[in-house]
Structures are given as structure tokens and as C-alpha cells.
Design a protein around this ligand. Sequence first.
Ligand code: C5P
Length: 232
Amino acid sequence: MGKDVIIACDFDSAEKVFTFLDKFTGRKPFVKIGMELYYAEGPSIVKEIKKRGHKIFLDLKLHDIPNTVKKSMAVLSRLDVDMTNLHAAGTGRMMEAAIEGLTREDGTRPMLIAVTQLTSTDEETMKKDLLIDAPIADVVMHYAENAKNSGLDGVVCSPLEAGKVHERCGEGFVTVTPGVRFADGDIGDQKRVMTPAEAKKIGSDYIVVGRPITAAEDPVAAYERCVAEFVD
Ligand code: C5P
């Protein structure tokens, strides 16, 4: 499977995302569409970006009863996205139902990856709010193994966890890692960050990069810099 840079297109309107994507006249980047853009514009934004030749990671993080997730995944699968996701906390049964829903009649399906614990949740909050007593690293690995056993393709995780996930779940189990910053860049609200080159060294399969590209003076140059450090 190819390593790639995914741009987090965290915009709140079609107009803004198209103004941004119009700058990319050469290579068409893999893009992530999250809740903000999807809820603002609906499924048509996915179809339009796909039509422009981009691969799409639809980041909607589903978490509901297995039957609802299965039916919703069937709808998302028809949008012909390349990757989508859910919360591993929804349990193995929910993840298996998601795979069933996502699988098209011809047996193909988008890649499905799981969110383990959100990086915004720390060990203290997990104990206090969720009453989960295990160390957070163990919880993340347990959720990753559950995802693998349910037939999923990989997990979203911190680049710092990618090596460990591969050790536990195999090299073929995909790691998609946000929290990437250039060595000379602003880290913003991300806490644990890595450069694209470090993420490559540690074995991330895909890096998700938002503001270091979207807020750059020259987004195409910033994207090409990520590709040069991470893929080439
Ligand atoms: O702008 P920045 O590079 O921080 O964007 C990172 C993207 O990855 C955002 O879309 C954010 O929602 C997403 N993400 C994250 N941490 C996670 C899961 C997703 O930063 N654990």
C-alpha cells in the first residue's frame, strides 16, 4: 500500500474548499473531508471533489448501534470514497456491521479505519469521565486489536503510536496519523507532534496534515514539502 499525504480540508463551505483546491494544478492531493464541510454542504461536496480527481478520506467517525452504522456505511460506500472511519468504542459487533454495510455487491469497499481514543482525551479524563482504569496506551492498543479482529484496515493514531500499532497488529495494518508539523512551523493546538520525515521513519502509512498546508502562504509548496519528506 502506498504512503501518502492527506490534506485535512477543514473549511466550512464549498466555495472555500474549491478556492483552495484550484491552486493544485499538478498532482491532485488525497483530501480529508470532515464533519464541518460535510455537514455544511452534504454528500454533493464528496461527489464534486471526487469528480475533480482527488482521492477522499471521509472522516465522519460513526458510532451508533450496529444496524444503524451498517445502513449508514452502505450509503457512504455509494459515494465512492476511498477511506472512511468509525469509533472503535462502538464495539467489535458495530465494526463488523460497518464492514458488511460498506462492502459493495462486487465485493469492493472503501478502506475502513478506526479511531481508538481521541488524542484530545488524556488518561485522567478517560478515568474520570469514562471510568476506564487501564493505562491509555493499553486502551489504544486493545482498541486497535479489536479493530483488526473485526476486519478493519487500520487506525487513526498519533505518529508516536504508529510503530507500536504495527508491532501489535502487523505491518499491513494501516496507520493514519494527524499531528504533523514542519520542524520550523507553528504547532498550534496540537500537543504531540512529529515532522513528516519523522512520521515516515516511525512507519506511518498516511499523514493527515491540515493547517501547515491550508494556512501556508504557498499551500502547494507546503504540500510538496510534505510529499518530499514523507513519500519520496
Ligand atoms: O490542522 P491540523 O494539521 O492540526 O489538522 C489535523 C486534522 O486531523 C484535523 O482535521 C483534526 O480534526 C484531525 N485529527 C486530529 N487528531 C485526531 C484525529 C483527527 O488532529 N486524533
